[in-house]
Design a protein around this ligand. Structure first.
Ligand code: PAF
Length: 289
């Protein structure tokens, strides 16, 4: 039977109880509007040895800027809970905002270098909100294995950095991006796209694929690889925030003439919807968990 909790203290007690019975806790933090990408995170923690899965659903206000989509972010709790039941998730934590940010709340967690570029530049408060809420969830859950989607590549690396820097007893896993049949990365925000935008959205993945193919064929110039992605997106999207190659671990933008391994990060707008995606080049050399 699935357990549904809204109180932070109850979540802490439940996870302590799991561990006292030698269960390994797997944590899947989400903002709800669940899709196959989220459900694959459940598989990822199970594969890593979790015998109890805790999935959190909380649309975290502190990670949205004033002009962003906090108000319209999809809320589908009933459907989410039924997906969690089907997936045999053990516990869903779905608190009210005031349970995590009571009046007078004033403490934040921030990673600095790794949040400077890309999402951090275009969404200035975003990562501070993410690291704050994830640190709080880690504190409540205690020692566990936690999975994050590699679709939000920078977020995954930021959370890894925070966990290491604060000596948190959490194993972080980056779970492969789950894609629709035309390659569009699954995202709760895909629900915002009208049919015409949805058709155009596949250009991101096509661009990333073309760059990967060029890399496999021997292309090593960051600017050329970037241009391949850009030209695919330009004709279909309304505007591009960035297309950029960076070091896959530090997220420092590539400034060298050639690259042997890099992540290509993309963010672009289709109407009122902002989509992000990425691909890693030379990932065979990387220990991608
Ligand atoms: O990726 C998300 O859904 C959110 O950023 C997270 C990690 C659940 C924190 O609110």
């Amino acid at each position: 039977m699935i357990q549904i909790l809204t109180s932070p203290e109850e979540l802490r007690l439940a996870c302590d109880r799991y561990r006292s019975r030698n269960r390994r806790v797997g944590l899947v933090p989400t903002m709800g509007a669940l899709h196959q990408g989220h459900l694959s995170l459940v598989d990822t923690v199970r594969k890593a040895g979790a015998t109890r899965v805790v999935l959190t659903i909380f649309v975290n206000p502190t990670q949205f800027g004033p002009k962003e989509d906090f108000e319209r972010y999809p809320k589908t709790l009933v459907e989410d809970l039924s997906l969690c039941r089907e997936k045999e998730v053990d516990l869903v934590f779905a608190p009210e905002t005031a349970a995590l940010y009571p009046p007078g709340y004033q403490t934040h967690v921030e990673a600095t270098e790794i949040t400077r570029e890309f999402e951090g530049r275009f969404r200035p408060v975003h990562f501070r909100g993410v690291t704050t809420i994830v640190a709080k969830l880690f504190n409540l859950t205690g020692p566990c294995v936690a999975a994050f989607g590699r679709k939000d590549y920078q977020q995954w690396r930021v959370i890894e950095t925070m966990t290491r820097d604060l000596n948190l007893p959490i194993e972080i896993l980056g779970s492969p991006t789950v894609r629709e049949s035309d390659g569009l990365a699954m995202s709760s925000r895909n629900r915002y796209l009208n049919p015409e935008e949805r058709r155009r959205a596949r250009a991101i993945y096509q661009g990333l694929l073309s760059a990967r193919n060029a890399f496999t064929a021997g292309e090593r110039k960051p600017l050329t690889l970037e241009q391949i992605v850009r030209s695919s997106i330009e004709s279909s999207f309304d505007s591009i925030d960035y297309v950029s190659l960076a070091d896959p671990l530090s997220l420092v933008p590539c400034r060298s003439e050639t690259v042997e391994r890099a992540v290509i990060l993309v963010a672009a707008h289709l109407g009122a919807t902002r989509l992000i995606d990425n691909t890693v080049l030379g990932e065979d050399d990387l220990l991608l968990s």
